[in-house]
Write a protein that binds this ligand. Structure first.
Ligand SMILES: [Zn+2]
Length: 140
């Protein structure tokens, strides 16, 4: 398989693989699966490679790391104290890319939602997120 990930995507993917945060992502996925929702993973043909794609419902879901994607008002999303300018610029680039991917997806007729990492890392939050994403996907 060709390596088409940017360094940012790769480091994000790596941080997911290394950290325990792969686990909550799997929990979210299996909970949605139990609800009868069928998805495809990391579809390369779509802008931003959404983490979950629900073709039957015309919906995509990104599972975003709070740090890399700068979740608003989230304690995980603090800009590091050293190299601040570097990080600010990096985050600004990430956000611009996120927004443009979402705009492109919507222009293609997809509905787009984001599940934030901090919203799936404990059981209570995960349950709420599963409910929210299920409602979103079914368009209810
Ligand atoms: Zn967060």
């Amino acid at each position: 398989m060709a390596d088409i990930m940017s360094p940012e995507q790769r480091s994000e993917r790596m941080s997911r693989i290394k950290g325990q945060d792969t686990c909550p992502e799997l929990l979210l996925r299996s909970a949605l699966h139990r609800k009868g929702l069928r998805y495809r993973l990391h579809v390369t043909g779509l802008p931003g490679r959404p983490d979950l794609v629900f073709p039957r419902h015309g919906a995509v879901v990104f599972i975003h790391g709070c740090f890399w994607h700068q979740h608003k008002n989230c304690k995980v999303a603090k800009v590091p104290q050293s190299n601040t300018a570097f990080w600010q610029e990096k985050f600004a680039r990430n956000l611009r890319r996120d927004h443009s991917n979402m705009r492109d997806l919507r222009a293609l007729g997809w509905r787009v939602a984001v599940a934030w990492e901090c919203q799936i890392t404990n059981k209570a939050a995960l349950d709420r997120t599963v409910e929210r994403i299920e409602r979103f996907v079914r368009g209810a």
